[in-house]
Design a protein around this ligand. Structure first.
Ligand SMILES: Cc1ncc(COP(=O)(O)O)c(C=O)c1O
Length: 399
């Protein structure tokens, strides 16, 4: 009899397959109007701009560089452009501080592999981005939920949690958070920076959505506050503003971490695809990306408004939901006695979908919460989706 090969690693045992992915599979029937996925609108992809950028990258004078191995840190000109982008958001940055990553998801994995030993605590917002929670769990982390209110993370709750759990870092999505769409005020960002400095904490701030702003004024990243600058890894991405398929993410890290992050990236994939980096660089250089961001922001704003205009009528009376100034998500809470997972099962029978909020909580899930994404469908489809959701809710009310 042939012997069985050895078992899988023990840490895999703690990592659940993403329940959100399982739900998304159910929503993929063509007839479903889905508020579930956090996907950019495919019909708004800047296909011509991207095709032109790849054609330039692969033209006879550039092709050899575009198809060759490259440095782990990333294309120097792209790093320069990304540093300038961060500076434009209020975080003065130098190209040498930037590491280009294969999506910002890789940046989160690199931070985990550089900072975490099995059993280490990580503070996360409650609720938070599921794939980040998975990545930290995969590195053996113990997730500690930090309390949040309608305005996001409450910095004043942190000192007690730090004293009790001695976490390695805090993971925070300060602007148009996934899943809640919440944004941390300037005052809270400042307090967070002060508390991290007072208590010796690393901060990992993840900001893929900040440039999708439809109302109000941009807020500086947490790392822009002097106390946080040398203790914060700022992670961002071109996925939501250009195209996620290009897998262009980046991080800005303080000197004390950057070397280790670069070595971890080298071990992971040597470097991010050269040709994709060159195409992204060309999109940024020509300035057409900024014009494109204006176009998608105008359309996403219409879609957000369509969802917000009809949501109050679609959900059961007594439900609450927020009104984010940007991003992709609205966060809602059903009245006492309702369960978002049960409502989803009924909703799917009416060809409409959303994501229940429970899987986004590291601990103590709130079964009444749900996340609705407004970017994937045009306003008329959103109106129809809400009509179907209302019918599903009426079934729920009738029992
Ligand atoms: C908060 C957050 N961080 C990171 C990511 C990963 O994005 P990407 O790897 O495409 O840059 C996402 C994607 O949805 C996200 O919502």
């Amino acid at each position: 009899m042939p012997e069985q090969p050895p078992s899988l690693s023990e840490r895999l045992g703690d990592v659940r397959s993403s329940p959100v992915r399982d739900i998304l599979k159910l929503t993929q029937r063509a007839e479903v109007i889905s508020f579930a996925g956090g996907l950019p609108a495919p019909e708004l992809f800047p296909a011509e701009m991207v095709a032109g950028a790849y054609a330039t990258a692969l033209s006879p004078t550039s092709v050899a560089g575009a198809l060759q191995y490259s440095t782990t840190e990333g294309d120097p000109q792209l790093r320069e452009l990304l540093a300038r982008r961060l500076a434009g958001r209020g975080l003065a940055s130098h190209a040498d501080e930037i590491l280009v990553t294969t999506g910002s998801q890789q940046a989160l994995g690199l931070v985990a592999s550089v900072l975490l030993d099995p059993g280490d605590a990580v503070l996360v917002e409650s609720p938070s981005y599921l794939a980040a929670l998975q990545s930290f769990t995969f590195a053996g982390a113990r997730l500690v939920a930090a309390p949040c209110d309608e305005d996001g993370l409450d910095p004043e709750a942190l000192p007690a949690l730090i004293a009790e759990h001695a976490p390695k870092f805090l993971y925070v999505i300060p602007t148009f958070q996934n899943p809640t769409g919440r944004t941390l005020s300037r005052a809270r960002r400042r307090r967070l920076a002060q508390i991290a400095a007072e208590h010796g904490l690393w901060i990992v701030e993840d900001d893929p959505y900040g440039e999708l702003r439809y109302d109000g004024q941009p807020l500086e990243p947490v790392a822009a506050h002097a106390e946080a600058r040398d203790r914060t890894v700022t992670v961002s991405s071109l996925s939501k503003v250009l195209a996620p398929g290009m897998r262009q993410g980046f991080l800005r890290a303080p000197e004390a971490l950057l070397g280790a992050l670069t070595v971890a990236k080298q071990a992971a994939d040597l470097h991010t695809s050269t040709v994709d980096q060159h195409a992204a660089r060309i999109c940024l250089q020509t300035g057409t990306l900024d014009a494109h961001i204006d176009v998608i922001c105008a359309e996403y704003r219409r879609r957000r408004d369509a969802l917000l205009d009809g949501l109050g009528h679609a959900l059961a009376g007594g439900s609450t939901f927020n009104r984010p100034d940007g991003g992709m998500f609205v966060w809602a809470r059903l009245p006492e006695g309702w369960d978002a997972g049960a409502l989803l099962r009924t909703a799917l029978r009416h060809d409409v979908a959303f994501v229940p909020g429970a899987p986004f909580y590291a601990t103590d899930p709130d079964p009444r919460t749900l996340r609705l994404s407004f970017t994937t469908h045009a306003p008329a489809e959103i109106v129809e989706g809400l009509r179907r959701l209302r019918r599903a809710v009426e079934v729920g009310i009738d029992g």
